[in-house]
Design a protein around this ligand. Structure first.
Ligand code: NAD
Length: 404
């Protein structure tokens, strides 16, 4: 009886060849039918057509609504209220590569956000990916309609965003450089797969060391720099704003501040860009009568931001929630074409007097990926700090390249 009950609640495997290379799980019959139709129609723009357009010199990100319109009215989006409107026709697909702590937490947060219609979860550990998919899918009655399924590299072809969280963990006795080499290989292989599928996606690299690996993806893909970004210091910036908000007793959303440079030890906190209600932090603290306090707290706050990941990893083995939310913020900005200012990692080409290095600076993020790098004013010491961070990253890059 127990076994019968169990099998009655199991989601049946699709007949072989029915859903090519992916296992689709849906909220209900309507979503299932939508997924079937999407697959039946191909649901993808032929690679050759895309290649031809690229060759015409098109640099803008494609308009997903037009390009996919034929297949997309079958998408899970049609189960949403307002189905039938042109807005509901647009399917927003995110492929998450790596179903570990970061990938799965991100997928969970993304599904809850309601900003994606289709989430493909891909991992070399297929059991893990399958387990994460089922676990997430069982929560679908409590979240906005979304098609969550186990994916494969085939999903790169029509994804709008590919988020790479796949990576190896540091083994005992293994140096950071060894880990860098192994992750560069993993991320490089994934990039080749993406390139082979003629994907038009925007890639968001998360795997560490994120700035160096963003450059690996950029090189291997041969794509324009606006389509490849690293999650960079979006997480560090959130940590910074949180700590400042605690110090000042102000809502973190009203603290405007950025962490720039490497996502790591050489990152910098440019105080000249840190404001509350349009006031520089230093002035705000005077207003509150806490300037003495502030002077000593200032450096502690930056230290805490730099060391946050180490502390969390000591306590629980990995960081996942805040980075998951940071990734939702980045993907939301892309999918909703928000033109949001985010400190993602990008290849610099003269901005801030730096070139040939991927690091974080304020960028406008939109459907095209990085719409614009905002090369704002920094004080001289801040510029020097950013240049020092760039040197650290360039050195890591040369070491990696020297080795290969
Ligand atoms: P994890 O070990 O839990 O997950 C990594 C997953 O990648 C594993 O499930 C593994 O099977 C999978 N994987 C390995 N090779 C693969 C491949 N070729 N294709 C597909 N999947 C593959 O690790 P995690 O805690 O999720 O962290 C993932 C990465 O994210 C790490 O590099 C970590 O340092 C980084 N990270 C970055 C930030 C950031 O802000 N940039 C924050 C936190 C973690």
């Amino acid at each position: 009886m127990g076994a019968e009950l169990e099998s009655a609640f199991e989601i049946p495997e699709p007949p072989s060849g029915f859903y090519p290379s992916s296992f689709r799980v849906s909220t209900d019959g309507r979503t299932a039918a939508a997924a079937v139709s999407l697959v039946a129609t191909g649901g993808r723009v032929p690679g050759a057509a895309r290649e031809a357009e690229r060759k015409k010199g098109q640099t803008e990100m494609p308009d997903f609504t037009k390009r996919h319109s034929k297949a997309l009215h079958y998408s899970a989006a049609s189960c949403r209220p307002g189905a039938g409107s042109s807005q509901a026709m647009e399917e927003r697909k995110v492929a998450v590569v790596g179903a570990g702590q970061v990938g799965s937490t991100f997928a969970y947060a993304l599904a809850n956000e309601g900003v994606a219609d289709d989430i493909a979860i891909i991992d070399v550990n297929e059991q893990l990916a399958r387990g994460q998919v089922l676990d997430l899918a069982h929560g679908q009655p409590f979240m906005p309609p979304v098609n969550i399924h186990q994916g494969s590299p085939e999903d790169y072809a029509d994804a709008h965003i590919i988020v790479i969280t796949a990576g190896a963990k540091q083994k005992p006795g293994e140096s950071r450089l060894d880990l860098l080499r192994r992750n560069a290989e993993i991320v490089g292989d994934i990039t080749k797969d993406i390139r082979d599928r003629n994907s038009e996606a925007v890639i968001v690299v998360v795997t560490n060391p994120v700035d160096v690996l963003t450059r690996v993806v950029l090189e291997q893909s041969g794509w324009e720099r606006h389509r490849v970004m690293g999650s960079g210091t979006v997480l560090d910036t959130a940590r910074f704003r949180y700590l400042l908000s605690r110090h000042c007793g102000v809502d973190a959303r009203n603290v405007h501040a950025y962490i720039l440079g490497e996502h790591g030890d050489s990152e910098i906190a440019p105080w000249s860009l840190t404001h509350i209600a349009g006031m520089p932090m230093d002035d705000y603290c005077v207003l509150c009568g806490r300037e003495a306090d502030w002077r000593s707290a200032r450096e502690q706050v930056v230290e805490q931001v730099r060391n946050s990941a180490y502390h969390i990893i000591d306590y629980k083995g990995a960081t996942s929630y805040a980075v998951g939310l940071a990734l939702v913020r980045i993907c939301g900005a892309i999918l909703r074409n928000e033109h949001s200012v985010l400190t993602v990692s990008t290849m610099l080409d003269g901005e801030y007097g730096l070139e040939d290095v991927c690091l974080s600076v304020p960028c406008l993020v939109s459907r095209r990926g990085i719409e614009r790098i905002i090369s704002g004013p920094l004080t001289e010491p801040e510029r020097e700090g950013l240049a020092a961070s760039a040197r650290v990253l360039k050195e890591a890059w040369s070491t990696l390249r020297g080795d290969s």
